[in-house]
Write a protein that binds this ligand. Structure first.
Ligand code: KG4
Ligand code: ZN
Length: 359
């Protein structure tokens, strides 16, 4: 053991976790100790998908293969560590694209076997919440998690991120980011449309065109208390644009954004009130949305609740979210995943990781 390694261990006794993310188009690799992010590198194949207007799974899988080693080397260099320093590995096991996940999982298994480290196959969506610990310190004891991305819009009751997660609700159709991307396409904006529609909405009048809220009918309000639906809204926007081609796109974007964010924020705050949680933690790429941040803070303040949202660079898919969750599992002293696990494209959000059977 070299002197540097000895001093690292003496100064910082927490285990070093290597996190590997490959659920979609990003190859993300990061190193985390406790709640300290030491190195975090992301390579994306988004440029190769833009001309198709959506992610092409086969292209994404090949890009993961090409990016894996350079991303790993860059992350280790950024953290100033070597593979020999790694104490445990966490990789995304799902939910996500099977081909993309397979590349990351296979690489993680190879590394774990050759280094003799434990391997945790973790839930990417729960990682979107765990990552906030790297910015704002250990997560609150009990909290409502709002995950909003291109693939997910969910409300979770988290009593312990390593062991106790209850799914309160989710979208019945499109995810929030996906709805934004579809409206972007209708308006002729580049893919992914979410950030473009957000920018346009900021210039519009959110009361000029009022669109319906999903699941707001009396019969749906209790049954779908924590669920979302954005497909009717998308149809309403599409009809409006056809019937009123002269209407200002900025006003339409603002009215659309208000409908999505009204539902997300009202239901997140209701979940916090109903479950007596002081904190709401937000994660996922849609957490970049300007109106979501503003409206959630306003409504949480009014209800006496507190909000934590990671910085934007940690909201989009990255290895830090996987390493952060891995660090929580290791800190809770949980056993690693059995080495025979494979990708789980629709992994239940109640499972933070693939625990050995009989747990
Ligand atoms: O979490 P993420 O990076 O990827 C996954 O879907 O897992 O989220 C990307 C999604 C895309 O749909 C993108 O358009 C949307 O988040 N998004 C936004 C904004 N920034 C990203 N949607 C609305 N407003 C934004 N500012
Ligand atoms: Zn994600």
């Amino acid at each position: 053991m070299t002197n540097t390694e000895v001093s690292t261990i003496r100064d910082e006794p927490l285990p070093l976790i290597l996190g590997i993310e490959s659920t979609c188009d990003e190859t993300g690799i990061a190193l985390v100790r406790g709640t300290s992010l030491l190195g975090d590198v992301v390579a994306t194949s988004m440029e190769q998908h833009v001309r198709y207007g959506g992610i092409i799974p086969e292209i994404a899988s090949r890009a993961h293969l090409e990016s894996f080693m350079p991303t790993l080397d860059a992350a280790l260099a950024a953290a100033g560590v070597t593979l020999g320093d790694v104490d445990a590995i966490a990789c995304a096991a799902g939910p996500g694209l099977v081909g993309s996940l397979t590349v990351g999982i296979s690489a993680a298994k190879g590394l774990a076997a050759s280094l003799g480290t434990p391997l945790y196959g973790v839930n990417h969506v729960i990682g979107h919440l765990a990552v906030d610990g790297l910015e704002h310190g250990p997560l609150p004891e009990r909290f409502i998690g709002l995950v909003a991305s291109g693939g997910h819009s969910n409300l979770l009751l988290i009593e312990d991120i390593a062991t106790s997660i209850t799914e309160l609700g989710g979208t019945l159709d499109d995810a929030a980011g996906e709805a934004f991307d579809k409206i972007g396409r209708l308006m002729g904006l580049p893919y992914p449309g979410g950030p473009h529609v957000d920018r346009l909405a900021q210039k519009g009048d959110r009361e000029a065109v009022v669109f319906p809220r999903g699941l707001a009918a009396a019969k749906d309000r209790e049954r779908y208390r924590y669920d979302f639906s954005f497909s009717g809204l998308k149809t309403a926007v599409s009809r409006h644009l056809s019937a009123h081609p002269e209407s200002e796109h900025a006003d339409v974007a603002a009215g659309f954004s208000e409908s999505v964010n009204d539902s997300l924020t009202a239901k997140a705050v209701a979940a916090a009130v109903d479950n007596d949680c002081e904190w709401i933690v937000v994660g996922g790429g849609f957490a970049a949305n300007s109106r979501l941040r503003e409206l959630l803070q306003q409504r949480a303040d009014a209800a006496g609740k507190q909000v934590r949202i990671p910085p934007l660079r940690l909201c989009t898919d990255n290895g830090a979210q996987i390493a952060a969750l891995g660090a929580c599992l290791v800190a809770a002293d949980l056993p690693p995943s059995p080495l025979d696990f494979g990708p789980i494209s629709s992994m239940s959000l109640a499972r933070p990781y693939l625990a050995p059977p009989n747990r």
